[in-house]
Design a protein around this ligand. Structure first.
Ligand SMILES: [Zn+2]
Length: 216
C-alpha cells in the first residue's frame, strides 16, 4: 500500500507497463471546467511520453482557432504541436501505423464519432489521452465528453478556483451575452465558479436557454 502511494507520480508509467505486458491500449480522459488546467495536464503527459521516446500524435478540432493552428496551448501558455482536423473520421485517417500515444484536446468540439474512434485506437494498442470540457456554460453535460468518460479506463477531473469565493470550481460561467453554445472564448468571456456561485444564464440570458431549461 505504501509503495503504491509513493509511486503516485509515476502512475501513468505503471499503467503503461501494465498494459504493455498485454499489448492493449487504453483511454484516459481529463475533464473539467475552463481554467482547470486540462490542456496543461494533457501537455504534461504528452511530454513524458516523448521523453520515453514514444511516437506521439496530437489532434484538436479545427473550430478552436484561439491561439495557433498548429499547437495546443494551455491558458498558462504551455504549448505542444498538434494537427487541426475537421472531424473524428479525419482524425482517424491521419493516425500513423506506428503511433503509440495520441493526444486529443478540446474534445467537446468534436462530433460523437470520437467515441468509436477512441475505442478503435485503444483496441489497436494506442494510449489515447483526451482532454475536454465536461459541461457547457449552462452546466449541461457537453457531448461527446460524457460518453468518453464512460468508456475511459482512467479519468482525471480537474478543478479551477472560483473567482468569487476561492473554493474549487467545477463550472464555466459565461460573463458576456452570446447565442452560441460553443463560444470559443478566452478569459474575457468566461470565469470559473463553484456550484454555489455558478448562476447559469444569469449573466448572459439568451432566447434558447428557456427551451434548454425544459430539457433539464
Ligand atoms: Zn464560489
Amino acid at each position: 500500500m505504501h509503495e503504491l502511494t509513493a509511486q503516485g507520480n509515476d502512475e501513468h508509467l505503471s499503467r503503461q507497463l501494465l498494459h504493455r505486458a498485454t499489448n492493449t491500449g487504453w483511454i484516459e480522459v481529463i475533464a473539467g471546467s475552463m481554467f482547470s488546467g486540462k490542456s496543461e495536464e494533457l501537455i504534461r503527459r504528452l511530454r513524458r511520453a516523448k521523453i520515453a521516446r514514444q511516437k506521439v500524435q496530437v489532434f484538436k478540432p479545427q473550430i478552436d482557432t484561439r491561439y495557433a493552428l498548429d499547437y495546443i496551448v494551455s491558458h498558462s501558455e504551455m504549448r505542444h504541436e498538434s494537427n487541426a482536423v475537421a472531424s473524428s473520421a479525419e482524425l482517424l485517417s491521419q493516425v500513423e501505423p506506428d503511433t503509440e500515444v495520441i493526444g486529443i484536446d478540446e474534445a467537446q468540439f468534436f462530433d460523437n464519432g470520437l467515441v468509436s474512434v477512441a475505442n478503435e485506437l485503444a483496441r489497436r494498442g494506442v494510449r489515447v489521452i483526451i482532454a475536454g470540457l465536461d459541461q457547457d456554460f449552462r452546466g449541461v453535460p457537453f457531448d461527446p465528453v460524457p460518453q468518453l468518460l464512460s468508456i475511459a479506463e482512467y479519468i482525471t477531473k480537474t478543478h479551477a478556483i472560483c473567482v468569487r469565493c476561492g473554493q474549487p470550481a467545477n463550472y464555466s460561467q459565461r460573463i458576456v451575452e452570446s447565442e452560441e453554445r460553443v463560444a470559443v472564448g478566452a478569459s474575457d468571456m468566461y470565469e470559473a465558479r463553484c456550484r454555489r456561485c455558478f448562476v447559469p444564464h444569469a449573466d448572459a440570458p439568451t432566447a434558447h436557454l428557456v427551451e434548454a431549461s425544459i430539457d433539464l
